[in-house]
Design a binder for this molecule. Structure first.
Ligand code: FES
Ligand code: FES
Length: 161
């Protein structure tokens, strides 16, 4: 077993885990943070994307022990229960950026990372290019692209980085 200490959604967390545990399984099974999804076994879909020290990572491609000493944010960390949604979540809701919702947590975590790296003024071409690591099997992407552009603008207005 391996002991890990990390911060998850602002909360210090320690655990004894099998060193072979993937980060996505640690989040879902040990911490019950099931908003992070598993949509493939080939590291292609992006449903498992979380932030590691503020940057988007596919949590199915790293071991939980690699997150030892780091800070993880999942979709659950964006807005507390009962609190207003994060502007990017709200934009997906308003612009119908989801159908079944399976890909949505990964899309939103990618979108926030995109805004941090590319700025608030995102054009369609940039958004589509940046979404290459996220697959949606039902929306056709048009509304996801619109949601991300609107979410970026809303983040600028609310001064959220
Ligand atoms: S579950 Fe991680 S990329 Fe598909
Ligand atoms: S909304 Fe269903 S997979 Fe994207």
């Amino acid at each position: 077993m391996a002991k890990i200490s990390l911060i998850v959604n602002g909360k210090p967390t320690t655990a004894d885990i099998d060193p072979r545990t993937l980060l996505v399984n640690f989040l879902r099974e040990n911490l019950r943070l099931t908003g992070t999804h598993i949509g493939c076994d080939t590291s292609q879909c992006g449903a498992c994307i979380v932030h590691l020290d503020g940057k988007a990572v596919k949590s199915c491609t790293m071991l939980a022990v690699m997150a030892d000493g780091h800070e993880i944010e999942t979709i659950e960390g964006l807005a507390a229960d009962g609190a207003p949604l994060h502007p990017m979540q709200e934009a997906f809701r308003e612009h119908h950026g989801l159908q079944c919702g399976f890909c949505t947590p990964g899309m939103i975590m990618t979108a926030i990372d995109m805004v941090r790296r590319k700025g608030y003024d995102l054009d369609e071409c940039t958004i589509r290019e940046e979404l290459e690591g996220n697959l949606c099997r039902c929306t056709g992407y048009q509304n996801i692209v619109a949601s991300i552009a609107a979410g970026a603008t809303a983040m600028a207005k609310s001064r959220i980085a």
